[in-house]
Design a binder for this molecule. Sequence first.
Ligand code: ADP
Length: 491
Amino acid sequence: MTLTSALTDKLSEKRIVVAGGFIGGKWNTVSSRGKVFRVANPATGEVLAQISDLSTHATREAIDAAHAAQPGWAALSAKARADKLKALHRLMVENANDLARLLTLEQGKPFAEAKGEILYGAAYIEWFAEEARRVYGDTIPGHQADKRIMVIKQPVGVVGLITPWNFPNAMLARKLAPALAVGCTVVAKPAAETPLSALAIARLMEWAGFPPGVFNVVPGTDAAAIGQELCANPKVAKISFTGSTNVGKILMRQCADGVKRMSMELGGNAPFIVFEDADLDAAVEGAMVSKFRNAGQTCVCANRIYVHADLYDAFAEKLAAKMEKLRLGNGLEKDVTTGPLINEKAIEKVEALLADASEHGARISAIGDRPEGALFYPTTLVTGATGDMRIAREEIFGPVAPLFRFETTEEVIALANATEFGLAAYFYARDISKVYKVAEALEYGIIGINTGIISTEVAPFGGVKQSGFGREGSKYGIEDYLDIKYLCLSV
Ligand code: ADP
């Protein structure tokens, strides 16, 4: 129930985060069982905060608060809701440096990246504040002479948002913004590794004057219990989840009984293809940003880098040269480009994948220094990667770049699609006819063509296959929080 000086010393506005849940407009700093959990800095191991460890009971209270607040919130004009979101957007931008430091402290990513995430998250708030006023319905010519048909769109109701630790601000911002814009109310469950960014958003919403109960946060380590309550409670109309495919499947099963609506942004296994006519330097640059952002811990990270045989050696050499310039370290230190991994389990997973790749004949080269601190993993190049390695099938979630060799377009499209995932794919090519054909053939929800960065609030983010369903951002993202109702009037 406290924040430590390892955290507050780094903040200029120390009131920006409170060490407890936010339920019905009140800060719950003592849980029913009085339990607390620690949040630590993955770069140093220092404890940043002890937070009330909430579970089923608090989740139910938060759902009740959201349910009570929902009709009043939905009854406001779209402009009134948009104005609150704009106020939140302004506060996020004004406090971006503190929010970014908080994010670096709890998550580990370098400060510049953290600040980018805060502004990216804020951009979703602004976008959906603008979209709030454009939830148009429809009129349809009646099927009989006396019939008039109208289509209206209404908020689904209370939504449960479950978010991961890799983008603790932006993943929440891009769910809460469309939800609140259309008149839904929210119960958010942040990851236990990184609850502070979500609590800071709640604080800013309190300052922005959102009515009590419209936005609630339930931090806790018993994710299964909180998730179970969100999925089973009939007052919750919808779950939006970003996280692993396995947990997504558990949530889908739990939501089946209530036929609860869902949006799912799950795992990825992004192919990054460099064709023979690619601009080699641009492809290397794109691979660097796609692979190493957030130390390789993003669901759209290049996971399998396929390079045409003609360019393979040159690409490997240029990529290694760029990787040498990366600097691992504490994200609050100047010039650090790559932070630690989130926890010991993440390190073990990367080590296991590399051991398997090595057993199957890959060449593993750790590049650059590995600073003190157990959670740093050296940026690593893997050459000679092949499809029979685990690294080809599983999300690496670490700063490891495996290079696969290919010969023909047909071959690489088949390889790229040979996965149950379908979130993001990237390719570099200049032949315009090939660009269209490959983009259409790749079974992914997002395709980066001659670019390694695809995330923006103006475009629909989401996957196909076992990477999930639903879209976040853009005009499409708002539909996930709306029900369609049709009125049939006899005149
Ligand atoms: P990751 O592997 O990236 O940590 P997870 O899917 O485990 O992904 O976590 C994403 C979010 O899902 C986090 O907020 C986590 O606490 C939550 N979570 C994990 N297990 C469950 C569960 N059984 N029910 C509900 N939420 C869960």
